[in-house]
Design a protein around this ligand. Structure first.
Ligand SMILES: C[S@@+](CC[C@H](N)C(=O)[O-])C[C@H]1O[C@@H](n2cnc3c(N)ncnc32)[C@H](O)[C@@H]1O
Length: 599
């Protein structure tokens, strides 16, 4: 039997800004069994629950409604609350909020609850601008202000370094630091530019529980930062960062000279419409061809007209392709039956060049009325310079099949990161946020400290984007990557840019680099950009044996970054600085670049 509340269920969007500060302020647990006494099965159910609770020894059980304080946010972007010391994850709740939640599921160590009503609202809560935010799984943090997102990402990195890497993070000074206006930082963490003073008092009295609490005040407001409880939860309050120029920056100066400086996250001045690639699943709803996104936690396709993190061109291309498909009577692929033709519409956009590639992923070779299709796309979408078909007849979640052919136009589009030109094919990997990629790579080059005379190794080089960026400032660059097609792209991109001093090899970094060492190749700098699982231990061993002056570690996973930094520290390196870069605004992804020098 479903319990009714006088206030209805709130979604993240609805709950935004819905303050209930004057409402009842109890923090106790409301047992669902107690409140169901008027119902026929209530007593029995209550007794069972009571029993289960006693057995499990948990302070709450399923369907209980409790008012809890949200004290942190986990790596999935869910609010973390405590009910009598028991951890509850609550999607859509933010640190600093008090919320009425309903327990959905309990496990021994933690459980999940649904947000019913906000009793106290975080000042960092914003109304998500996207109309489908509640249904789509693409973004997780739109209900948190952008400044709040950046602060949380930085704190998440600090937590990982301290807890997983057992590394010492520099405390930011009593006198504070400076918010940089241009994203530049000088030396180890001393920011330059205009802006506000940032100060952080450790074990500060901002009322947040945890073993470390800090308060940061900036010129534009107050940032409360608190961190760390024993369950690995980051607790953080937000606010007070300033948007200026190219990005949102704040540099923090360490008070002591020891410890790693973790710079404030480099964010985007305009954190919307940043993606250059969309992969839109196509299906049928009520008999009509639709394309959009998979509803959260399912494989049901929901139609979508606009995605606020995609380039504007993408909306237009997808809408017109769907309309043309409907007009020509194209069938949509059905995952369950394996029938139907059109599986995905993939759109790639060159931000700098404006060129667009359209890829129709089909469940079969033949596209009915293909000439009419091409004609209409060309007529309606002049920015499209390449129309490709990729054939995928497998019953799989993998988007692309092995065969790609050009239906019309070129087989690649071009784009630039900085001054380096890249050719992007239907299948080639290319960073999805070109604006922030330039920020990330510029920081990588800065950390590499190149004068033009160095030999650099770029491990896990993909299509050689970092290698070519580095090659503009180095005497020789060696790149290694395990995927052959990526190395083919890397070589053609080197040629495209007339860079002959870059050598690429296919293979595992942990096998190829030791071989290079045996061949007498010595690196002044080694750059690594591994997948989420981090560096292979054999590669770390080889780095320690090769003893480059600097190691620059680009990472998409703070946990494995922290683990690997520990190994490098133990082997004779010192981590000087870590720069979080926001490559994926409104999502929980965190990218970092770290500088290590030989002790
Ligand atoms: C995070 S991506 C980095 C790509 C590239 N540096 C960039 O910025 O676009 C990691 C890359 O490592 C490659 N990879 C995975 N395991 C590898 C290994 N053992 N050795 C070399 N490359 C590997 C993947 O194929 C992928 O291209």
């Amino acid at each position: 039997m479903k319990k009714q509340r006088n206030k209805g269920t709130v979604g993240r969007k609805e709950s935004a800004g819905r303050a209930h500060g004057s409402a009842e302020r109890e923090t106790g647990i409301r047992s669902s069994s107690k409140r169901s006494k008027n119902r026929s099965t209530g007593n029995l159910r209550g007794a069972r629950k009571q029993q289960a609770r006693e057995i499990a020894g948990l302070p709450v059980s399923k369907n209980d409604e409790v008012v809890i304080d949200i004290i942190g946010m986990n790596h999935d972007g869910e609010g973390v609350g405590r009910a009598d010391g028991y951890t509850l994850f609550v999607a859509g709740a933010l640190p600093g909020e008090k919320a009425l939640v309903k327990v959905l599921k309990t496990k021994k160590q933690y459980g999940y609850a649904k947000l019913l009503e906000l009793r106290e609202v975080s000042p960092d809560r914003v109304a998500a601008p996207c109309s489908i935010y509640d249904k789509c799984g693409g973004c997780q943090l739109q209900h948190l202000s952008y400044a709040g997102q950046l602060a949380w990402k930085r704190q998440h990195v600090i937590d990982a370094l301290e807890r997983i890497g057992k590394l010492r993070v520099a405390e930011t000074g009593d006198a504070g630091a400076v918010l940089g206006g241009d994203g530049a930082s000088e030396g180890a963490g001393a920011g330059t530019g205009t802006g506000a003073v940032v100060s952080e008092a450790v074990r500060g009295g901002n009322g947040v529980s945890g073993d470390r609490a800090a308060e940061v005040s900036a010129g534009t407001g107050v940032v409360k930062v608190a961190a760390n409880d024993s369950s690995g939860v980051t607790t953080v309050g937000f606010g007070g960062y300033e948007l200026e120029g190219e990005g949102l920056v704040a540099a923090v100066e360490p008070s002591a000279h020891n410890g790693i400086v973790v710079l404030p996250t480099l964010g985007m001045a305009e954190p919307w419409r940043y993606r250059n690639k969309a992969q839109v699943p196509v299906g049928v709803t009520d008999g009509a061809l639709v394309g959009g996104f998979y509803a959260r936690g399912s494989h049901r396709i929901v139609d979508m007209e606009t995605c606020l993190i995609q380039h504007e061109s993408t909306d237009d291309v997808v809408a017109r392709v769907k309309a043309i498909g409907r007009k020509l009577g194209i069938t949509a692929y059905n995952e369950e039956s394996g029938q139907g033709l059109l599986r995905h519409v993939v759109v790639k956009v060159g931000f700098r060049t404006g060129e667009v590639m359209l890829v129709l992923v089909t469940n079969g070779q033949d596209i009915p009325h293909v000439e009419a299709w091409i004609g209409l796309i060309r007529e309606q979408l002049p920015q499209v310079v390449s129309i490709c078909q990729n054939i995928n007849t497998k019953q799989t979640n993998v988007i692309f099949g092995d065969e790609t052919r050009v239906l019309w136009g070129r087989d690649v589009i071009y784009d630039y990161i900085g001054d380096v030109q890249f050719a992007i094919s239907a299948r080639s990997f290319y960073q999805v946020n070109p604006v922030q990629t330039e920020v990330l790579y510029s920081k990588t080059v800065e950390y590499a400290g190149l004068t033009g005379r160095e030999t650099v190794i770029d491990a896990y080089c993909g299509i050689g984007t970092i290698s070519l960026f580095l090659a503009q400032h180095a005497e020789r660059v060696y790149g290694v990557e395990i995927v052959k097609e990526a190395i083919d792209d890397a070589r053609s991109n080197a040629e495209l840019n007339g860079m002959r001093h870059v050598t690429f090899e296919v293979g595992a970094s942990e096998e190829v680099i030791p071989r290079w060492k045996e061949q007498g190749i010595e690196a002044d700098v080694i750059v690594v950009d591994p997948p989420r699982k981090g560096c292979d231990p054999r590669l770390l061993e080889t780095i320690l044996e090769m003893k480059p002056e600097r190691v620059v570690y680009v990472s998409c996973n703070p946990s494995t970054l922290a683990r690997d930094l520990r190994i490098l520290e133990d082997g004779g390196y010192r981590t000087v600085e870590v720069q979080p870069v926001d490559m994926f605004p409104h999502t929980t992804h965190i990218e970092n670049v770290a500088l290590l020098v030989r002790k």
